[in-house]
Design a protein around this ligand. Structure first.
Ligand SMILES: [Cu+2]
Length: 286
């Protein structure tokens, strides 16, 4: 079933909880397919049963026995309620309930704006520095106050999210202007970013960017333009303005050791007063 969905464009799964989402998606498609076949058969039956050749005069009384139609309707409602109550709600509750408290979890703030994704890491101390709207400028898109406590080692990046493989990632989503939606197709993650709210989501990447590329090559999908995989992408899944189409970010999933090194290096760079939004950052984005 999942292979079939992949043939129709479902991206490969690269997160720990993704298989559950895919199986729910599979059941959903199966049940909707059954409904489609059932209703189509009923439609054809009605066309034949009430054809004008057999029914030259309209019958204004119509059907008198409703027991068959009632049981079909109840059956459909029960099936749909089962998808919602037994499959979807438990899965959803698991995602939005308790956030993981593992020692090795990674927390990031992602601040959406027209039309970019701003990433804010707490740095090696694990505590976010203060950000305030008054501090926002061309070079400081989230308004981070470098002089506030715990802010000196914070890391900021634009349109590139870096995460380690095999460790839970908690992303705190917010927006600076309108409603955006943070979508990571391979992670089976999609959540609206709403102005005035900080919404946490969490997932655990299971394949590094490099492993995903290798998997795609092994599948023989590399040469087909549509399926070629260069990077995990962040899509804005909510029409958010004229530049909505440009709101495309990237995610790099690294080995945990490489990620720790990256945090160390970027944090040092920030503390030495290096401009995080130097040419290389924009160069990569181009
Ligand atoms: Cu957007």
């Amino acid at each position: 079933m999942i292979e079939l969905l992949q043939k129709f464009g479902l991206p490969l799964n690269a997160s720990a909880h993704g298989a559950e989402i895919d199986s729910t998606l599979g059941w959903l498609h199966l049940i909707v397919l059954l409904l489609f076949v059932g209703w189509s058969a009923f439609f054809l039956f009605v066309l034949w049963r009430f054809r004008s050749g057999k029914n030259p005069k309209a019958d204004h009384a119509g059907v008198k026995n409703h027991s068959v139609s009632l049981s079909v309707e109840v059956g459909v409602a029960v099936a749909e309620a089962a998808i919602l109550i037994l499959l979807s709600i438990p899965l959803w509750a698991e995602r939005v309930g308790e956030m993981p408290t593992d020692e090795d979890r990674v927390e990031v703030r992602v601040v959406a704006q027209q039309f970019a994704w701003n990433m804010h890491y707490p740095g090696p101390d694990g505590i976010f520095g203060q950000a305030s709207p008054e501090m926002i400028s061309q070079t400081n898109p989230i308004g981070l106050d470098r002089n506030s406590p715990n802010a000196a080692d914070d890391i900021i990046s634009i349109n590139w999210l870096y995460l380690p493989k095999g460790r839970p990632a908690i992303v705190h989503l917010s927006s600076m202007d309108v409603i955006h939606s943070f979508a990571l197709p391979e992670m089976r993650v999609k959540q609206d970013c709403i102005p005035g709210m900080s919404i946490p989501i969490w997932f655990e990447p299971t394949l590094t960017t490099e492993e995903m590329r290798e998997k795609k090559v092994a599948m023989g999908a590399w040469d087909e333009d549509r399926k070629a995989f260069l990077n995990y992408e962040i899509a804005c899944a909510q029409l958010c303005g004229l530049g909505h189409y440009q709101m495309r970010g990237f995610m790099e999933v690294m080995e945990p050791e490489a990620f720790d090194e990256w945090v160390e290096a970027e944090s040092t760079k920030a503390q030495e007063g290096g401009d995080e939004f130097g040419e290389d950052e924009f160069g990569e984005f181009e």
